[in-house]
Design a protein around this ligand. Sequence first.
Ligand SMILES: Cc1cc2nc3c(=O)[nH]c(=O)nc-3n(C[C@H](O)[C@H](O)[C@H](O)COP(=O)(O)OP(=O)(O)OC[C@H]3O[C@@H](n4cnc5c(N)ncnc54)[C@H](O)[C@@H]3O)c2cc1C
Length: 419
Amino acid sequence: MTEPYDVAVVGGGASGLAAAIAAARDGARTCIVERDVACGLPILATGNGRCNLSNERLDPRRYRHPDIARRVMGDDPEAAVSSLFDSLGLLSSPVEGRLYPVTRRAESVRDVLLSGCARAEVDSLCGTEVRSVSYADGTWTLEVDAPTRCVRVEETGKAALRRARKALAAAPRDSRALRAHAVVLAPGGACAKTCALFAVPHMDEEPLLCPIACDGPSGMDLDALDGLRAEGMLTLKRGGACIAFEEGEVLFRPYGISGIAAFNLSRRIEPGDTIELDLFPRHSEPALRSLLERRMQAVGAFPGDPAWFDGMLARPLAGAVCAYARALGNDLAAVASALHRFPLAVTGTAEHAQAQVRRGGIPWSAVDTETLSITRETIGHGLYACGEALDMDADCGGYNLAWAWISGLRAGAAAAQLR
Ligand SMILES: Cc1cc2nc3c(=O)[nH]c(=O)nc-3n(C[C@H](O)[C@H](O)[C@H](O)COP(=O)(O)OP(=O)(O)OC[C@H]3O[C@@H](n4cnc5c(N)ncnc54)[C@H](O)[C@@H]3O)c2cc1C
C-alpha cells in the first residue's frame, strides 16, 4: 500500500489550489482530488473571463459575517493576496479598486496557480470522484474512482473543454483507496453531497449575486424595457427604511433588473422590499427641477408623452416614467419624483444559473476560525474547509475570490501542521 498523503484537498478550484500550495510549501506531501477534467476551471469564468481576483481594499463589511471575515483574513488581507500572487509571478493592476491580472485574462491566474502546484510537487488527481470516506488510526481513507487513463484538456477554448469532458464521461474507470492524514474540503458553493460524505454539518444553500425579480409600480410589467441599460442609483428599502444602495449600470430584463449593482443588492433583498431607481443620482432635487424647467422652455410643456424625454431618456424607459408620473399627478413635481424614485417591488432573486456565489454551506458553529478545522464531531480528526463551502459570501468586486485565496491558504497551512 502506498504511503498516505499528508494532506488531500477535495476540490481544485480557487480555494483548493491555494490550500494545496500552502500545504505543499510547508513541506506536506499533498494531492488535489478534482472531479472535473482539470483543476482551476471555475476561475476561467470569473470577471467575464478577466478574473477580478481581489480588491485594493478588502473591507470586512463587504462580507456576510464581517467579524469572522476579519478574524480569518487577518489585519492585512490585501498583503496576503498580493504575497500569494507575487510568489507565483502574477502581475495585477486595478480598475476602480478591483484587481485584475495585467493580461486581463483569467487563464493567467489559473495557469500560475497550476504551475505553483506543479513546482510544489502537488499531485493533481483530476476526473476523480470520492465515493466513500472512513477514518481510523489518524488516517483518512477516501474510496475514489477515477479514469483508468488520464484525460487531458489539450487545447484552450470551450470546444476543447467540452470534448475533454465528453472523453472523461466515456472513459473506463476503476476504484482505489487514497489515504491522507488531513483533508481540506474545498468543493465550492454546491457542497451538500461532499459534506454528507464527510458527515459535516451543512446549511441550505441560496444562490446570490444574481439578477433580481421585481415588478414596476402598480404591477407594471417590465417587458417593454427588456435589454435596456441605464446608469442609476438603486436604493433598497424595507418598511420605509433605507437598507442599502448601489450605483452603476442597471440592465432591465422582463423579470426585473440585472447588472453589478443589482447583483450586489441581491445579497440583501427580501421579497416585499422596494428598490427605488434614481435615474439622475448626480442631480439634487432642486437641480433636477431646474433641469426639467429648462427643458420645458426648450421643448414645451410636459404633455405626458414619452417623446418629451427624447435625448434625455430612452423611449421605453420614458414610457415607464410617464406612466408612473401620471399616477403621481402628471406635473413637473411628479416627473421629478418618478425620475428620482422609480419604485420596483421585489419578489426575489432570478436567473439562478447566473449566480456567482451561494450563501449557506458549512456553518461557522462547526468551524474553528483560527485553523478552519471542523470542530464538530465528524468521522475523524484533521478535517478542514475553505472557500465558498463555508458560510461566507461577499459583494462583487474581487471579495469572493480574495476569500477563496486567503481561507485556502489558512486551511492548507493548518492541515500541513498535522503531519
Ligand atoms: C460566473 C462567475 C463569475 C465570478 N466572477 C468573480 C470575480 O470576478 N471575482 C470574484 O471575487 N468572484 C467571482 N466569482 C465567485 C468566485 O468564482 C467563487 O467565490 C470562487 O470560485 C469560490 O472558490 P472555491 O474554491 O470555494 O470553489 P470553486 O472555485 O467553485 O471550486 C470548487 C471545485 O471543487 C470541485 N469539486 C466540487 N465537489 C467535489 C468533490 N466532491 N470531489 C472533487 N472535486 C469537487 C469542483 O469541480 C470545482 O473545481 C464568480 C463566480 C461565477 C459563477
